[in-house]
Design a protein. Structure first.
Lengths: 392, 616
């Protein structure tokens, strides 16, 4: 009887192991174990030994030939999908889709996505693969790589491990996960496309054909991965390991060709880490910084911004004063202000607040985006006009 | 035991041996065996699947799309938006190099499906049906078709890809061309692929390609194509074979996902069957059609796979209690509304559909298609100068009369039908099967049925051409057939059993020709059973009767009598057929009304008089 219960214990252990090992979808096959249970109790140790050898041998034979050489990606995809998120934000007019894609990179809810107009809102929603919805907070973004990091509240999220990413070679098969065309809503899974790496090439090498602030290497893909809503999606290898971030839609102005590309994740690691560790955050959120007595104002620089009508109006220059510091520095109408010195600004309000931290006689470096190019302008108070005494 | 083990090991070795056999074919010698095997499997699957594919062309050589043969007698599936501009008769090429005449059979404008029939053979290569509910994201698949109408050499194009999404929902244009519960693939779906098959990696038919997301990149594939799932089409198959213009279903209630993720009823029509079955505002939907419902989209997807009129199980949570009901689904459209919408569809504002640009422009020129009934010869000849420009001949379906001789015997125009020929065919087929079991056309006198209702009451029924008389226990009910039938729904609680029996008598003695309007509805599940029955709809005065016949045996197994719109029918199940005077008669009837059983009648004797003069 002792033998019996020992066997029973062993059986429970095996069942548990099998349950853990197999996908829950296969759990229906467990009835086979139930059936074998009685046989198992009655078997001699010799028989058990034979069975163990047989099962192992069958496994080895089968797993090495094409019956089990899994030709479907469905298991890999099932593993990746929970890490992909659908992001909903600003847009919804003039062909600007109010959605894009992203993926989780930490179990605490850090999400990598593309930096775009979709994030220009205070009401950013993230929907997980299981349909759970979260309000997302923008931790920061890096306009040079056009990447943004979001955060949702919670823990134990399924995620990619940035320590375990892959570089993929030209010709490697890849999978692209994104919510293209916003097809998926709620608990519906993102779309998956397959393809190959056609080339690894610097985007800037296209001689201005495809203009992007990002000048580093990119994976050029042979699948039509970069559709509306795809930006921020994940590129993985055939094992589902993270290789890159799907870029925004990009079209050659000359020949209307659309480019399908992803930025290698390793090119973005630095920016992601910087945002995550708080290196790229607006300074006005830092309470320790003292404001100068005579702060800079936009009037002083000769800049007027577009009307601030949104919660996060992008700081586009609306007008430049004639003979102003801004004009002398070469700034133009329609430039989008990205940085004040080293500090990123994401809205008109942030820009104004950032200026308040700078003494009006100090040199200011503004980084702006002009037609997809990053331009740096230095605004220096005229040395000929000495600071006019201002007394209180 | 040891022997068993040895046998098992041997079996595995035998099975795996051919997979190991190295072939050493020149430069392929260093390619792993699995890869070569996978390639060989794929080549084989495509070669087999290819044989059933069809390229659809309009009779004048312009316009067209793709299709797939699903039965050896030539029934083929395509899109409604393919046949809509092409017309009732079309030419279909197959990879065997033969151009076949084909005729329209049935259409589903809401679901964008059309059934056509290729003529001239009864041994067409047909596709193996798959199960689209078993498809997983990441599975390989391939589309076969006629993109850009390239198949002028009759050889279709194969595009390979993987399944990008399942259970997708694509909004309709208005109420037509809704893609519910569809498959999404990155296999290239281009204009002209419409109506063509999507096969899984094994070459089993899992869907019918019909549309893609294009937006600003022009009307070519951008890696996002959609296929109508084959399981949805399976539900509609009987309806499509009926030659009718079929409709999709609505519950009569709208649902939405609330903050807690529950799917709740936010609006419900009091006239709907769902309301009569007890569904109310605020109830949480748990299951619908045996699918777990976790989002409003999921509900819409599930609803989209059922035809109008089907009864589908629904489980809902009402004040903490789980209720399971069978609910009868109403149509998305009223009949006239659907016909009107089809008329207007001659110029669809649809940018999602892979219809060639030229075709769209042409449709715009046609206006709403009302005044373009005769073909413009001048335009047609100019078309011949530009063979690669697909143009449809005429815009609307039901009005055209340009039927070639070869197709004329199997085409019959009638309002509300895609091709009445097939409806008549099935109506006659079912009637013939009924006659095999019993011919009552000479027994048009009084029928006297005696037996037991339930356990206690003895019952006598007299059905004549003037009244139906019923005695059970001490009670008597009588209906006068000269009065309005819908005002005599007795006995109480049966929903009009006597009227139903009268119409049963009338149908069996008169046959479908003399009964009134009788048409074939298609196949539907009976009271939520899985097996489908053939349904004939018979209309007498204002009363609609559905006669349900077993598909295999041809027995009349049930009927539903609807005295008017939006009320519960009186349902009778016929059972225990026994032969009497050479005719098989049911000796058991179960009567149901609403959610309740009225009773079971077991007959002991059935007298059927030949002459109507004998009636009481």
């Amino acid at each position: 009887m002792a033998m019996y219960s020992k066997r029973k214990k062993t059986f429970e252990l095996i069942t548990q192991l099998v349950r853990k090992q197999l996908n829950y979808k296969f759990s229906r096959f467990l009835f086979l174990f139930e059936r074998w249970r009685k046989e198992f109790y009655r078997m001699s140790w010799g028989d058990i030994g034979y069975w163990c050898i047989t099962v192992t041998w069958c496994y080895l034979v089968l797993s090495s030939n094409s019956i089990w050489a899994d030709t479907s990606f469905s298991n890999v995809i099932d593993d990746v999908q929970p890490k992909i998120v659908k992001i909903y934000g600003a847009g919804g007019f003039r062909g600007l889709e109010p959605y894009q894609s992203g993926f989780l990179i930490s179990s605490q809810g850090h999400i990598v996505t593309a930096w775009s107009y979709v994030l220009d809102t205070d009401e950013l929603t993230v929907t997980l693969n299981n349909g759970h919805r979260f309000d997302a907070q923008i931790l920061g973004s890096d306009p040079r790589t056009e990447i943004a990091l979001l955060k949702i509240e919670g823990s134990d999220f399924p995620c990619f491990d940035l320590e375990k990413t892959v570089e993929v070679d030209t010709g490697s098969r890849i999978l692209a996960f994104s919510n293209i065309f916003g097809v998926a809503t709620g608990d519906e899974s993102a779309s998956v496309l397959h393809g190959c790496i056609a080339a690894r090439s610097a985007l800037a090498a296209r001689r201005g054909a495809f203009v992007l602030p990002y000048k580093g290497p990119a994976y050029i893909l042979d699948a039509m991965t970069n559709n509306p809503g795809a930006a921020g999606g994940a590129l993985t290898d055939r094992q589902g390991q993270l290789a890159g971030v799907l870029g925004k839609e990009l079209r050659d102005a000359a020949n209307n060709t659309w480019l399908n590309y992803a930025i290698p994740i390793n090119e973005l690691r630095g920016a992601i880490d910087d945002i995550r560790t708080g290196k790229i955050i607006p300074r006005h959120m830092d309470a320790d910084i003292k404001k100068p007595k005579f702060p800079t104002t936009i009037e002083h620089l000769g800049i007027s911004l577009v009307p601030d009508i949104l919660t996060k109006t992008p700081p586009f220059i609306d007008k430049i004063g004639i003979g102003s510091l801004a004009e002398l520095a070469g700034l133009r109408t329609d430039d989008l202000i990205l940085y004040v010195d080293e500090h990123m600004v994401q809205s008109c309000k942030e820009f104004v607040r950032e200026l308040e931290l700078i003494d009006k006689d100090d040199k200011i470096t503004l980084t702006v985006r002009r037609d997809q190019e990053l331009v740096t302008a230095e605004l220096q108070a005229k040395s000929v006009s000495p600071a006019t005494p201002q007394s209180d | 035991m040891t022997q068993k083990v040895a046998t098992a090991m041997l079996a595995v070795a035998v099975v795996s041996a051919p997979l190991y056999a190295s072939e050493n074919e020149g430069s392929f010698s260093n390619v792993p065996q699995q890869v070569l095997q996978a390639e060989a499997d794929r080549v084989q699957a495509i070669a087999t699947a290819l044989r059933s594919s069809v390229s659809v062309f309009s009779n004048d050589g312009g316009g067209g799309g793709s299709g797939v043969v699903i039965s050896p007698d030539g029934y083929a599936l395509t899109n409604y938006h393919v046949v809509q501009p092409v017309g009732e008769a079309m030419k279909c090429s197959m990879p065997d190099g033969i151009l076949y005449d084909a005729v329209i059979v049935g259409i589903d404008p809401t679901g964008d499906v059309a059934l056509i029939k290729l003529l001239g053979r009864d041994d067409f290569p047909s596709a193996v049906m798959g199960d689209s509910d078993q498809v997983r994201v990441g599975d390989w698949c391939f589309a076969v078709g006629n993109p850009f109408l390239l198949a002028t050499d009759f050889q279709p194009t194969v595009t390979y890809g993987l399944v990008s999404g399942i259970h997708r929902y694509q909004y309709p244009a208005g109420t037509l061309l809704e893609y519910a519960d569809c498959l999404q693939t990155d296999a290239a779906i281009n204009p002209g692929n419409s109506g063509g098959p999507l096969f899984d990696g094994k070459g089993h038919l899992i869907g019918v390609n019909g549309r893609g997301s294009f937006e600003k990149r022009g009307r070519v594939n951008v890696g996002v194509g959609y296929a109508i799932s084959i399981n949805q089409i399976k539900n509609f198959m009987g309806f499509l074979r009926s030659g009718r213009i079929v409709d999709h279903a609505t519950l009569g209630a709208s649902v939405s996902t609330d903050e807690d993720g529950r799917v709740v009823v936010t609006n419900i029509l009091k006239s709907s069957d769902a309301y009569r079955r007890g569904l109310r505002y605020g109830d949480e939907i748990l299951f619908f059609g045996n699918r777990v419902i976790q989002s409003a989209n999921e509900f819409k997807n599930t609803l989209g796979i059922y035809p109008k009129g089907w009864r589908v199980p629904i489980e809902f949570n009402q004040d903490g209690k789980r209720q399971t009901r069978l609910v009868r689904l109403a149509g998305v459209h009223r009949e006239e509304e659907l016909l009107g919408k089809m008329q207007r569809m001659s110029d669809p504002p649809h940018q999602d559909k892979p219809v060639p640009d030229q075709e769209r422009k042409h449709r715009k020129q046609d206006g709403d298609g009302q005044d373009d009934q005769t073909p413009d010869e001048g335009e047609k000849s100019s078309e011949k100068d530009q063979p690669d420009v697909p143009k449809p001949s005429k815009p609307t379906l039901p009005q055209k009369k340009n039927i070639p001789e070869s197709v004329a015997p199997v085409y019959e125009a009638r309002r509300g039908f895609a091709n009445y020929y097939f409806n008549r065919f099935h109506r006659d087929r079912i009637w013939k099967a009924l006659l095999n079991h019993g011919d009552f056309q000479n027994c048009d006198g009084a029928w006297t049925l005696t037996g037991q209702l339930g356990e206690e009451d003895s019952l006598e029924l007299v059905i004549s051409s003037e009244h139906v008389d019923c005695r059970f226990g001490d009670e008597q009910e009588l209906i006068d057939l000269k009065q309005d039938l819908d005002a005599q729904l007795v006995p109480h609680g049966s929903g009009g059993l006597l009227v139903a029996l009268h119409l049963w008598h009338r149908f069996l003695t008169m046959g479908p020709e003399r009964f009134g309007e009788v048409y074939y509805l298609g196949t539907a599940p009976m009271s939520g059973q899985n097996e489908l029955v053939d349904v004939l709809v018979a209309i007498h005065d204002t009363i609609e009767v559905h006669f349900q016949c077993d598909v295999k045996t041809g027995y009349l197994v049930g009927m539903e009598m609807y005295p008017e719109r939006d009320v519960d029918p009186c349902e009778i199940r016929f059972d225990r057929y026994e032969t009497r005077d050479g005719n098989e008669t049911p000796y058991r009837m179960e009567v149901r009304y609403g959610d309740k059983s009225y009773g079971i009648i077991e007959f002991e004797d059935v007298q059927m008089d030949a002459s109507s003069d004998d009636s009481a």
